[in-house]
Design a protein around this ligand. Structure first.
Ligand code: SF4
Length: 312
């Protein structure tokens, strides 16, 4: 029973987070991603090993008695949490004991076309869905999805869900060398994400030993990919792999041009810019040519278009 709740984990973004694992005994997933950190397992479209709502609530209550300052509950699983058959009812019960604590779910996005799943996800403060591929062939090759899952259903479900979900919707793309980092795949993802307009897009690569023999991208490759997306999309490079090259010198115009192409985070600034460029960047911020915008918990630096129009 203890395995259901894990953490707490401190994160800069969310504060103190407690994890709830809805499949604590074994992997139950409708994907078998090449990059999965868990052991490979046969894909399934439903849970056969189901913890009861009471078990989850009892475990959670115990931990919440001990840990007084939890900021967020992260619902996840050894597998896919939306396959848990009582998700909606569980959220109602969690709501009665959590007080002001926020909730977040991490899903692979495969079930988003299902009406009941959408209704359950609407009970969360933040929903994070994966979308590694935009073509059927990539979905089958990289995420090795269960055979009834199609990319068209996922796209349709995401668009429908976004219409009625008013809280932050975050999309996560994990890039794997030679599979979904082709230009055609990125262009397709970009077109779809422009239409979806999520709160934020996290891009990353393999950070931990994967289930199969696949290779990560470098931080520089992720950064190059980030510039291929439309500048209106807040792209956050969520990778523990850090840049190997030295930070570069950017003129004032280069800083403005870079930010025009893609909103940057504080991490990006520290990795890309040398000290002189950081000073220039801070001056632009003081002058109001650059402003900050919060998207799904992260501050992004964006161009202050009004100020730049006046100056041009
Ligand atoms: S969706 Fe998550 S748990 Fe399922 S195979 Fe992919 S990485 Fe592993």
């Amino acid at each position: 029973m203890k395995d259901i709740i894990f953490g707490p984990i401190n994160s800069r973004r969310f504060g103190k987070s407690l994890g709830i694992d809805l499949s604590p005994h074994r992997k139950q997933c409708n994907f078998d991603c090449l990059y999965c950190e868990l052991e490979p397992a046969k894909v399934t479209d439903k849970y056969s090993d189901i913890v009861s709502i009471d078990e989850v609530i009892t475990s959670l209550r115990e931990v919440l008695m001990r840990e007084k300052d939890i900021d967020i509950l992260t619902i996840t699983a050894n597998g896919e949490p939306t396959l848990y058959p009582h998700l909606s009812k569980l959220m109602d019960r969690i709501d009665t004991i959590k007080g002001d604590i926020k909730t977040l779910i991490l899903s692979n996005g495969s079930t988003i076309n299902n009406f009941e799943v959408q209704e359950a996800l609407k009970k969360f403060d933040t929903v994070k869905l994966s979308l590694d591929c935009i073509t059927e062939s990539c979905l089958k090759r990289l995420d090795r999805a269960e055979k009834s899952i199609s990319i068209e259903d996922i796209k349709r479900g995401m668009l429908e869900f976004k219409k009625s979900f008013k809280n932050p919707l975050i999309i996560e793309i994990l890039f794997v060398k030679g599979i979904n980092n082709r230009d055609s795949e990125i262009e397709g993802l970009n077109r779809f994400l422009e239409e979806l307009n999520p709160t934020r897009v996290d891009i990353g690569t393999i950070d931990r030993p994967p289930a199969y023999r696949v290779e990560p991208l470098t931080y520089e490759e992720l950064r190059d990919i980030s510039f291929k997306f439309n500048h209106s999309l807040p792209i956050y490079i969520a990778s523990r792999k850090k840049i190997t090259a030295e930070p570069s010198n950017y003129t004032k115009e280069e800083i403005l041009n870079t930010i025009k192409k893609r909103p940057l985070t504080k991490d990006d600034i520290e990795l890309l810019f040398n000290q002189e460029s950081i000073d220039r960047f801070e001056n632009l911020l003081k002058e109001g040519q650059i402003k900050t915008k919060n998207s799904g918990g992260y501050n992004f630096f964006v161009l202050n278009r009004q100020k730049n129009l006046k100056n041009s």
